[in-house]
Design a binder for this molecule. Sequence first.
Ligand code: B16
Ligand code: MG
Length: 219
Amino acid sequence: FIDAVVFDLDGVITDTAHYHFLAWRDLAREINIDIDEMFNERLKGVSRMASLELILQEGNRQNDFSLSEKEEMAEKKNQHYCQFLKQLTPHDILPGIIELITAIKSEGVPIGLASVSRNASTVLKALQLEDTFDYVVDASKVKKSKPDPEIFLTACNQLEANPKRSIGIEDASAGIDSIKASEMFAVGVGNTLFKSDYQVDATNELNWEVIKAEYIKSV
Ligand code: B16
Ligand code: MG
């Protein structure tokens, strides 16, 4: 009765969200803008250039740089982020994720990945998950970033799944909006994702039987 489950990457499969934060924080400091973990919530699930724009707005410096200067800044942040990715191993898969994926697959339900990151394939390789998902949608395959539904709809389409009978799992507010706009059932990881259909505090609380039961209650 469930067609497919589509996972977000950063913050659901692994905690690269923290590395994104460290890299943006250092870049922002160089131009005298301070960002903290709370501000970082707004960058989750948001594309690289859009994240930079939000940071510049935060420091009231949105008109201070040319496009090529912004591209240089985004590139610098990415190089720093990629340094962190070199340390990534399968040990960095978040608790409960392998168990969840195993339970879903044992019922023959296909799984997809929806990440707006251009580094998604590098991250999957480092985690040794490159062959785990039946279909991966990354930044190269979509025009519009989350919260637009395009990324989750593309995943459902490729998995031949009806979005209304599919589940999306996200840690970002923009991601939950994207899932809801796709008419999928939204599972939120984190305690501020109020628009989720079902919410857990952390990945170790993700349980396939419970998720299915919550989905059934909603239909
Ligand atoms: P990159 P997700 C998103 O990945 C991150 O949540 C977001 O913080 C990041 O800015 C974005 O990817 C772009 O990443 O700079 O590597 O292309 O959560 O959709 O897996
Ligand atoms: Mg995420």
